[in-house]
Write a protein that binds this ligand. Sequence first.
Ligand code: ZN
Length: 294
Amino acid sequence: MSYRILASYFLLLTLAATAVAVDAPPKLKVLIIDGQNNHAWQSTTPVMKKALESCGRFTVDVATSPPSKKDMSTFKPNFAAYDVVLSNYNGDPFSAETRQALLDYVKNGGGFVVVHAADNAFGDWKEFNEMIGLGGWGGRNEKSGPYVYFKDGKQVVDTSKGHGGGHGPQHPFEIIVRDTEHPITKGMPTNWMHDKDELYTHLRGPAQNMKILATALAPKNLGGRDFDEPMLIVLDYGRGHVFHTPMGHADYSMKCSGFITSLQRGTEWAATGKVTLPIPEDFPKADAPTSRGL
Ligand code: ZN
């Protein structure tokens, strides 16, 4: 390469770098909480961290709790220092101080994201269940609130008795977008194939200030009830926004480009109330899942 070409090249690089510096909005600060889960949080947290950081919109820190049965009073993440908190936690109760700090944080406008078994946590913590809308297991039953699902294209709020939470064998399943105008789902194909995952059924909870953006059919022969179960959920809690997805059983489920995109857009929305991130070229179509090598 001649000196002149090299000099032009560096000039272009400098201009490009300047343009990025001027145009890019400040990165959103995400805190992932983990440390206890009946799932492999050690392998799923890094996938979500990479999924968020790879789009350039987020910086991600991780707060890991003490192991189960240890002193939880030392687990005091500084939620207020972040734009959004993502829970990959399903374990022992937080201390009263940390419970209150999380509630205050979301009530005052902090974003909250709940992934898969994080909605199994804290079955008897009333305010947490109001934040996440629906949950499973953890002693949940009709006292926790109704089952909510879609049937024949319409949302059903079902107060019948029974346990919360269920799933059949893992398999790829089709996601159907029910709200095409919400910032998270706007522009998303209305039908797309999610890669191998557990399809949660029988979720129930307070379900207040909640909107189901997308569902997946859980057929009876695969542990379901022939109902369309909620898969992308949003809520308002105080001044805060909450994004909840029951998808994400394992690292391979999270490498689905549909999951990654939903997580990125859902996290951005929870943090800001808006979505600027595009639907990528590799977003899955209805016929087959697409996954990324994260
Ligand atoms: Zn699972």
